[in-house]
Design a protein around this ligand. Structure first.
Ligand code: HEM
Length: 241
């Protein structure tokens, strides 16, 4: 299975990375190569209008100010499923790209048990066993995967109601709204975490690189794998508020 996936992934990654080169300066580490960044921003480009047009359809009374963005009410309804389909397809590609990095390990269960320390920022540095992604990031990723599937399964009956029947359509409304709520909460936390909460994270998705001290502080095992050093001389960067 993973061999067949690699056969698809390798040439796509090679082509994308040849087009978008990433420059890594002294004191930095490559975190997200060009193909990952392109996929991430494609997901966002489809997700944000899907979310906004979804709000406008959900409550035209509250969100009527959003519909002019899409060319009026009728156009908003027409475009919403297409934005959403784009989001599902782009995320499916990211799922294949990140599958190995996002797989759950016993260390992730350890991380979840100490989530209180993470949320209260009682320690400046993440535990030694935290690799490329921490368990919180993995949970966010899998929540999106489940929600995207829910969106797709419940979206089709809402798109073509006459082909499905009233009960399925009614259930789909509920599932669609539950998935949207999950995604909305996750998205707000995600933007906060990857910009204001942890400075230095955002440009991993723009320039593709992070500072070594960032890696040592937030992803110590990944730092060791990349550099071969444990970096015990380093000082944690006190950038978590
Ligand atoms: C629009 C504003 C967004 C910003 C500023 C943003 C920023 C970032 C950054 C900086 C990372 C890299 C984190 C790291 O290397 O540790 C990242 C990762 C990620 N992004 Fe976004 N992103 C945005 C939108 C989205 C959207 C719309 C989705 C999907 C619905 C998404 C899903 C993810 C996932 C699954 C990851 C990997 C796990 C994680 O870091 O939480 N992002 N994002």
């Amino acid at each position: 299975m993973s061999g067949a996936l690699d056969d698809v992934r390798r040439p796509v990654r090679r082509t994308a990375d040849a087009v978008g080169e990433t420059t890594v300066h002294e004191g930095e580490l490559l975190r997200h190569p060009a193909h990952t960044r392109v996929l991430h921003w494609l997901v966002a480009i489809f997700f944000v209008p899907a979310l906004l047009s979804g709000f406008a359809i959900y409550s035209p009374w509250l969100f009527h100010w959003l519909t002019p963005l899409f060319g009026g009410g009728a156009m908003t309804r027409l475009l919403h499923p297409w934005f959403s389909l784009g989001f599902v397809i782009a995320f499916a590609a990211q799922l294949v790209n990140w599958l190995a990095l996002m797989s759950w390990t016993p260390d992730d269960t350890r991380w979840v048990r100490r989530i209180r320390e993470y949320v209260t920022h009682s320690e400046q540095r993440e535990p030694d066993y935290v690799g490329f992604f921490n368990a919180g990031q993995k949970m966010y990723f899998w929540t999106i995967a489940v929600s995207a599937l829910l969106f797709l399964l419940s979206g089709l009956p809402l798109w073509f109601p006459s082909s499905f029947g009233p009960i399925l359509v009614a259930v789909s409304y509920v599932l669609h709204d539950v998935a949207a709520l999950l995604m909305l909460v996750g998205f707000v936390v995600h933007i906060y975490q990857s910009t204001a909460a942890i400075p230095g994270t955002f440009h991993s998705m723009t320039r593709g690189v992070v500072r070594r001290s960032w890696a040592w502080t937030h992803h110590p095992r990944w730092y060791r794998e990349m550099t071969g050093q444990d970096g015990s001389h380093s000082q944690p960067i006190s950038d978590r508020r």
